[in-house]
Design a protein around this ligand. Structure first.
Ligand code: SAM
Length: 257
């Protein structure tokens, strides 16, 4: 008997708040026979799974990986070849520092059907929920997203001289451990020490923490408060303007430290 091949939905689960997910993503979870989910995916979303859905945690927290990436790719292929409907849930958007593309390559090699369901990425949603717009008329007309981590064998070292001078708002994912290096490189390449910055931890969630400062003092503040990941680090004049936004938004950022 020839078994039908499965289908893998690579699903963006949004930045944390379980309501910040698309209808299409919820439908994929509801229809899935297998769900593989990451560390930053809100567990409440698993409530959409069918009662007999097989749920597998494949998260990576800091350096603790439940499964290496190659193993996850293999699992997706195996489930796909067995004819199952799979939802691969990833925090934020699958293609923003999410390794979604790597997982798709393996599926393509085995001719397994897939779809991509984009999600709301943390780099925009986390500052937004804390009242910080990533662009602002007359203040910031450009924004760029960076990873604080550089994986081994990377070919894409950040060009600090260009970004320090050429981009208004800089948003760093995974930037907590690397904050000293980030601020040092930005200031060494001409970004003013008094540039406003914010570190936002567990954004969009009740446990959200917002730490504001300047390029010059943020690392000392982080050390003082033992600031931990996961957090988005945002650099630029937009951070100062968050104070002027609606009182309702500022209420959401009440966990300021
Ligand atoms: C591996 S990246 C995945 C990003 C994800 N694909 C996205 O589009 O948002 C994980 C990093 O995203 C950031 N992040 C994700 N969710 C966050 C949240 N709710 N609050 C703060 N930072 C978050 C942190 O920098 C975290 O270390």
């Amino acid at each position: 008997m020839i078994r039908e091949r499965g289908k893998v939905s690579i699903v963006g689960a949004g930045p944390g708040d379980p309501e910040l997910i698309t209808l299409k993503a919820i439908r994929a979870i509801e229809n899935a026979e297998v769900v593989l989910y990451d560390y930053l995916v809100n567990k409440e979303l698993l409530g959409y799974c069918k009662p007999d859905c097989q749920i597998v945690y494949v998260g990576k927290k800091n350096k603790q990986h439940t499964y290496p990436q190659e193993e996850i790719n293999k699992m997706l292929i195996e489930f796909g070849l067995s004819g199952k409907k799979i939802a691969r849930l990833k925090g934020g958007d699958p293609f923003v520092f999410g390794r979604g593309a790597e997982e798709i390559l393996g599926l393509q090699e085995h001719d397994i059907e897939f779809e991509v369901i984009p999600g709301i990425t943390a780099g925009v949603a986390v500052p937004g929920a804390a009242g910080i717009p990533v662009t602002l008329r007359n203040v910031a007309s450009s924004v760029a997203f960076f990873t604080g981590h550089q994986c081994e064998n990377h070919k894409t070292e950040i060009q600090w001289d260009k970004i320090a001078a050429g981009i208004d708002t800089l948003v760093f994912y995974m930037g907590v451990a690397q904050a000293p290096r980030i601020v040092r490189n930005l200031m060494a390449n001409g970004r003013k020490p008094e540039t406003p910055v914010a570190m936002i931890r567990w954004g969009t969630l009740p446990e959200q923490e917002v730490m504001k400062g300047t390029l010059e003092n943020i690392v000392a503040k982080m050390e003082q408060h033992d600031f931990k990941p996961p957090a988005i680090f945002i650099v630029g004049e937009v951070v100062a303007y968050s104070e002027q936004l609606s009182p309702l938004i500022n209420q959401m950022a009440k966990t300021e430290i």
